[in-house]
Design a protein around this ligand. Structure first.
Ligand SMILES: Nc1ncnc2c1ncn2[C@@H]1O[C@H](COP(=O)(O)OP(=O)(O)OP(=O)(O)O)[C@@H](O)[C@H]1O
Ligand SMILES: [Mg+2]
Ligand SMILES: [Zn+2]
Length: 299
């Protein structure tokens, strides 16, 4: 986009795959997503320092700005921040639901050369979604097809990943739903007849079906009763311990971030304002916004 040709802030080149630290599966550099025409002032006129997300010059929403991070195999990265801070935007760009305006996200899976998620052709992008990355959306309606059964939702993912034998697909779907504590007697029921917690567990089963390298979890427990939340969080922890899956967990709830993530980033107005080891951030927050977040939980 020409509007960003003269960026207001620094701009780094994309890393060559071999310059990324060992064990990194995803290297994100300077990912920016604008909703609107964009202008040379967008980045300077938005962000935490001025406490706004909409550029006053051109009206563009800077949903996320210059997001840079590495995700390691088997690690869990938390993203926390208030509503509208850009958390979902980061996940949607990575999953390919929408394209960022600028930036690079290099996927480094075993035996494959580094691939920039944002410049894949449509066929390769589909392959990445079908084989490498799983996503659990903020609301079950975004992540599940309500016109087909719970088992059908999982089976659909397996078909996309080129599973062919109906019996094996059905067995695998049953295994995953059972793992997620969805009663097998309900496998052929429609998601609309499930509780919110069960719908989210079906979404997780679906996202895990193809054993992705990276799992993206967007507020998966918001809207659930506290008692149900705990069960879903337990299951995610079990998966983390059993597999080498890398997880990005998005939540506005510091408790969820503390429970699940090793390192965390705090977002405000589309920008990362603080990052580091989760416990350290929570015990000794440096940025005033993080201090506010932490104290509002502790008080
Ligand atoms: N399709 C869109 N068109 C225009 N603006 C959008 C669009 N999607 C998101 N935005 C804006 O981008 C900003 C970031 O939104 P995003 O959904 O990423 O925030 P979030 O941190 O996930 O918030 P929440 O905690 O409420 O889910 C918000 O100002 C939002 O209104
Ligand atoms: Mg969101
Ligand atoms: Zn602007």
């Amino acid at each position: 986009m020409t509007a960003l040709a003269s960026p207001a802030r620094s701009h780094h080149a994309a890393p060559a795959a071999e310059t990324v630290a060992p064990g990194v599966v995803l290297a994100v550099r300077d990912m920016t997503k604008l909703y609107g025409p964009g202008c040379p002032e967008c980045l300077r006129q938005t962000g935490p320092a001025v406490n706004r997300t909409t550029c006053p010059v051109c009206g563009t929403v800077v949903a996320c700005a210059e997001i840079t991070f590495d995700l390691k195999a088997g690690a869990t990265l938390g993203i926390v921040g208030e509503s509208g801070s850009g958390k979902t935007t980061v996940l949607r760009c990575l999953y390919g639901d929408t394209g960022p305006t600028t930036g690079v996200a290099t996927l480094l899976t075993l035996g494959q050369p580094g691939r920039d998620l944002f410049t894949l052709d449509p066929q390769d992008r589909r392959r990445v979604r079908n084989f490498d990355i799983g996503m659990v959306y903020q609301t079950p309606r975004q992540g599940l097809r309500f016109s087909i059964s719970a088992g059908g939702n999982v089976a659909e993912r397996l078909l996309a990943a080129e599973w062919r034998q109906i019996k094996r697909i059905r067995d695998r779907a049953a295994e995953l739903l059972d793992r997620m504590e969805v009663p097998l007697s309900r496998m052929d029921d429609m998601p609309a007849n499930f509780s919110g917690g069960m719908q989210q567990r079906v979404q997780i089963a679906k996202a895990l079906a193809n054993e992705p390298v990276i799992l993206l979890l967007d507020e998966m427990t918001s809207g659930l009763d506290v008692s149900v939340q705990a069960g879903v969080l337990d299951l995610v922890q079990e998966i983390q311990h059993e597999s080498n899956i890398a997880v990005i967990v998005v939540s506005h709830d510091l408790g969820v971030i503390r429970l699940l993530s090793d390192t965390a980033m705090v977002m405000k107005n589309g920008c990362i304002v603080e990052r580091g080891v989760t416990d350290q951030i929570l015990e000794d927050p440096r940025h005033p916004y993080t201090q506010l977040l932490v104290s509002s939980v502790n008080s």
